[in-house]
Design a protein around this ligand. Structure first.
Ligand code: GDP
Ligand code: MG
Length: 440
């Protein structure tokens, strides 16, 4: 497949520290092929390629950075620059209006989003204003029943604007109002008029464009139209569980100067993910988990200053695991996901080995992590390097200094021991080559 030929091309750069113009051309050509087959707009692909070419040839890789990593990093940065971070969705009262063509997945997405908000402790309600498509009411109602969220619709109504108005009143107790609209096969004037009228009654905080992942060049006109009529703040891409990679969404994001909010990955109400640029880009390039891992590791390393000689992640696998490592690991987790998941992505570290781990060995929740960070800030350099030497009086001092409890300090030390033990189990497992790859 395309991803593997891109990887092959990148692999040819392995070991090189300088990239020639020829190398760059070859990599860029592979990337173009991947992006075009993922339905990314041709002019966007050209713009990206130009930027990648220019930067790869003009910029100096930081000392010690392999050419392959450097170019991959530039590709990644340029794509992130284009796609952007996930649409901001504060967990508070708000009204969201969904727009999009018929069959794009609006009704499904509205119930999914309601479910998602309910898992965040909010009380969402879906208001169904589609009076055009037969069965729209029943479909929305049934999905909301499955999502266990409030629903309003009028099976006999024929005025979407009136339904929207009534719906907002009827669901006044909800925090998040999600207004689903009708779609047509194409952008007809009456559809645009109708959604404009709904928009003025609903006065949404967020306008969301729902796009089928398979949409290609058509994304541009839709995005433009809906942006003009209701204002698009974010995009939801549906049906990413199929073969389409959703590159059309880049056009929409570019056109509306917005970002991607959600990804739909199936027909059930739980099949929804918040957009996350890293995974999406890996999917676009067809490079799979290993690429994702490389990027994640790379990014995490940048942000945690791994390059300083203070901390070498390889030490972690050689039995010199200190609290400093744990601290770096905890910081990195913010970017990489839990360590067990990271290890999961490496060939050879699959389920079998993971099953041997105690369930909670790698499990440090966000809250505990914050407490642990306070505690480690109160430790001395020596304590961080030799945590095993920390005694009762030091524990008392650290607890007082960090404004936490002795119990929390003990918990941290316990966690440290568990992680150290777990890492020992990993030593010698998996192939060295893969491990080096991960650490590159
Ligand atoms: P609407 O006309 O925009 O409201 O679109 P619907 O929500 O009715 O969805 C149209 C079809 O696409 C339905 O059969 C959905 O089950 C299906 N669908 C929506 N989202 C997804 C998705 O993420 N994955 C899959 N496989 N199907 C989806
Ligand atoms: Mg619908």
């Amino acid at each position: 497949d395309l991803g593997s030929s891109l990887r092959g091309t990148l692999d040819k750069l392995r070991g090189k520290s300088r990239i020639s113009e020829e190398d760059v051309e070859e990599v860029v050509k592979e990337i173009q092929r991947s992006l075009l087959s993922a339905d990314v707009d041709v002019s966007l692909v050209m713009e990206l390629s130009d930027n990648i070419k220019t930067r790869s040839l003009e910029e100096e890789p930081p000392a010690g950075t392999p050419a392959r990593d450097f170019i991959l990093h530039i590709v990644y940065e340029e794509l992130v620059d284009l796609i952007g971070e996930s649409t901001e969705l504060p967990l508070e009262e708000q009204t969201i209006l969904l727009a999009g063509l018929q069959g794009s997945g609006k009704t499904t997405t509205s119930a999914k989003m309601a479910w998602w908000f309910s898992t965040k402790g909010l009380r969402p309600a879906v208001i169904q204003t589609d009076t055009f498509r037969p069965g729209a009411y029943d479909q929305a109602k049934e999905m909301c029943r499955r999502a266990e969220v409030d629903f309003y619709g009028d099976p006999d109504g024929d005025d979407p604007v009136q339904i929207a108005r009534d719906g907002l009143e009827a669901t006044i107790d909800a925090d998040v109002h999600i207004v689903d609209t009708a779609g047509r096969h194409a952008l007809e004037d009456d559809l645009i008029e109708e959604i404009e009228d709904i928009e003025s009654v609903v006065d949404p905080d967020v306008g969301l464009l729902v796009l089928d992942a398979a949409i290609g060049q058509g994304a541009k006109e839709q995005a433009q139209q809906f942006d003009e009529s209701v204002g698009i703040d974010g995009v939801a891409i549906t049906k990413l569980d199929g073969t389409a990679k959703g590159g059309g969404a880049l056009t929409a994001v570019d056109q509306t100067d917005s970002s991607i909010a959600f990804l739909g990955t199936g027909e059930e109400v739980q099949d929804i993910e918040r957009f996350e640029p890293n995974g999406f880009i890996s999917r676009l390039l067809g490079m799979g988990d290993l690429a994702q891992l490389t990027e994640r590791v790379e990014r995490a390393m940048e942000q945690t200053g791994v390059e300083d000689e203070d901390w070498d992640p390889e030490d972690m696998l050689e039995g010199q695991f200190t609290l400093k490592d744990m601290q770096k690991q905890m910081e990195a987790m913010n970017n990489m996901g839990p360590l067990d998941q990271v290890l999961d992505m490496i060939p050879g570290f699959g389920g079998g080995i993971k099953d041997q781990l105690p369930d909670d060995a790698m499990d440090v929740t966000q809250d505990r992590m914050r407490t642990f960070e306070f505690i480690m800030d109160s430790m001395t350099e020596a304590e961080m390097e030799y945590p095993r030497a920390i005694g009762a009086s030091q524990i008392r001092r650290i607890a007082r200094g960090s404004g936490t409890s002795e119990e929390s300090v003990r918990e941290l030390l316990q966690q440290y021991k568990m992680m150290e033990k777990t890492l020992k189990q990993f030593q010698g497992m998996g192939s060295d080559k893969e491990m080096q790859r991960m650490m590159q």
